[in-house]
Design a protein around this ligand. Sequence first.
Ligand SMILES: C[S@@+](CC[C@H](N)C(=O)[O-])C[C@H]1O[C@@H](n2cnc3c(N)ncnc32)[C@H](O)[C@@H]1O
Length: 214
Amino acid sequence: MVLDDERFSVFLSSLVKDEDEELGKLRKKAESEGVPIIREEMAGFMAFLLKVIKPLHVLEVGCAVGFSALHMRKYLPENAVITTIENDKERAAEALSNFKNAGAASIHLKTGDATDVLKEFEDESFDFIFMDAAKGQYLNWLPDVRRILKKGGVLVSDNVLFDGDVLQSRYGIIRRDRTIHERLREYLFVLKNTEGLTTSIVNVGDGAALTFKE
Ligand SMILES: C[S@@+](CC[C@H](N)C(=O)[O-])C[C@H]1O[C@@H](n2cnc3c(N)ncnc32)[C@H](O)[C@@H]1O
């Protein structure tokens, strides 16, 4: 049987418990202001991964207003620390205020372009990295991301199926989206074919690549 993705997604969402009140408010506010945040289905999947992996040093690339960082914090061990990067100053300021209101002292925000910020970290600093920023940059960031991910660590790259467009031939993609289509395909190819990395691509939310560093 071939599953209808939309029906499957709606069905899964119907099973999801409501987020806690504060996060629910934050999601509504972000959505009403057009701030892109992690989809509910992906948030549920991340909760599962974090519970199983129990990472202590988490890095997020793409903080926006801090929704996913606050969400991740709920499922991490108490002594875990999250570092998150955002280059949009207004969003970063809002994220800081959200972290403060939530009393989330374990979340550290770095305001700046991930291309520069990633270079500041020492080798093998993180055991879990959540990549959720400009999709066209994922491939450029990969060398640093690999360098700062611990052996045995996990990289989760969100939105890699680009609403299913990645599966289409380049000729089925509108011209404006062709560069990103090409870059995402190349990124997935590199993840799948780099020695020392094991990657599985899953159809959750907008598609996620799960990569284990040997
Ligand atoms: C999809 S949103 C992140 C959503 C967030 N992870 C959540 O689920 O709550 C992507 C964010 O990445 C930021 N971003 C895009 N390119 C970036 C870059 N080069 N460096 C740092 N942040 C970047 C954008 O400003 C945007 O706020």
